[in-house]
Design a protein around this ligand. Sequence first.
Ligand code: NDP
Length: 451
Amino acid sequence: MPYTAKTIEYLKRTSPAQSEFYQATQEVLLSLRPLLDKEKKYQRYNIIERLVEPERQIMFKITWMDDEGMVQVNKGYRIEFNSALGPYKGGLRFHHSVNAGIIKFLGFEQIFKNALTGLQLGGGKGGSNFDPKGKSEGEIMRFCQAFMSELYRHIGPTTDVPAGDIGVGGREIGYMFGQYKKLTGRYEGILTGKGLNWGGSLARTEATGYGTVYFAQNMLEAAGNSLEGKTCVVSGAGNVAIYTIEKLYELGAIPISASDSRGTIYDKEGINLNTLKELKENKKVSLVHYLDEHPHAIYTPVELYDTKMNPVWAISCDVAFPCATQNELNENAAKELIKNGCICVSEGANMPSTADAVDLFIGTKNFLYGPGKAANAGGVATSQLEMSQNASMQSWDFETVDNKLKNIMKGIYISCSETAKEYNSTNNFVLGANIAGFKKVADAMIDQGSV
Ligand code: NDP
């Protein structure tokens, strides 16, 4: 049996009901085929079997009291996947859909993403099935404290440094940092995405969105094109989507959509960034309120979505930025984008395109497709810049961090592009990202022996 099928069969048997994890693993293994055929050492050292098994999987119970005095129970996870290149690094997701399979897929992707940055970062991910929606400020704080009351014993500035992800922003990082400090008595860089006046880095909030746009810019420039004047669709309305939209405006593009879990907004005049920030960062309310100030925009609630796809992908555009969640862009959506003239997709979210959609992008001549593990690596890269500043007790200005981010994204683009060319697959950045990331991790694993 070929090793991809054999590995997936092994995972299904030993880690049942983790479809997103099998999907992410399959994509990586299929891309690695030309490398594994050429370089036998990876099979000799059994790297694939070693890589798909996390080094450590921590699952724990979180109990916290709601505002009515009821004790609530949630599940907590931290998957420390691979530490060949450095301390485990990867975000925490608080969302009702979180389960072990989702955290494992995110942790697995994180290994390669972190390797691509060229920085010393291992891969990990964590979170909880806690649903922050509709919770009071006090409930969010008590939950974060309860979460950290277990997590604190597993993390450290040189061992495992979590960050934010869906449902975890600056506020949640603050509550968790405070609890860590209270429990350990130590003030140290055990989380990134911290507040600016207590160890955070300028440009960390913006980094994932900005980086995703820089990646698109690199792809387009190499093809003799640019973002200037391009009409762009964006999904999501959270951290990544907001700063993708901000950077698109700075580079002269016109972002015309955003979406949240309740609906999609289409503003052909361009999304008003101030309104979007006010609704999602400050008031934390539904996008439907965008219409209060911009009644000309079109809002489609999820109840009216065509079952075949999110309407955001039916809007005619030049470039698309999926920035909400996994598997939000399916084959129908990919067909629609291409049919309507889209020439480039740069993924801010993790694995937002289904396998069929990815095949279509890669199979379409001259289409530029930046997979999440490369295109959204700016967030984790800037987390590492935050760790560097913490370790040296320095604070760099915004421009310094943003320039470093820009250079890192360029480096990631070059690494993906040159690797793709080396394997006669020009512009196949999925293959480029997977092989380039894998080689770094696998070579380090071989050097470090069977540990
Ligand atoms: P946020 O929680 O800030 O925002 C997520 C946005 O996506 C929200 O608008 C949310 O809607 C929407 N959304 C979430 N789940 C769904 C769903 N199932 N269906 C429809 N809409 C949904 O998260 P981030 O912006 O931080 O993360 C977005 C993506 O980017 C994720 O895939 C994450 O893993 C990835 N990513 C994030 C990084 C970071 O630095 N934050 C780094 C690298 C990748 P609503 O407002 O209604 O909740």
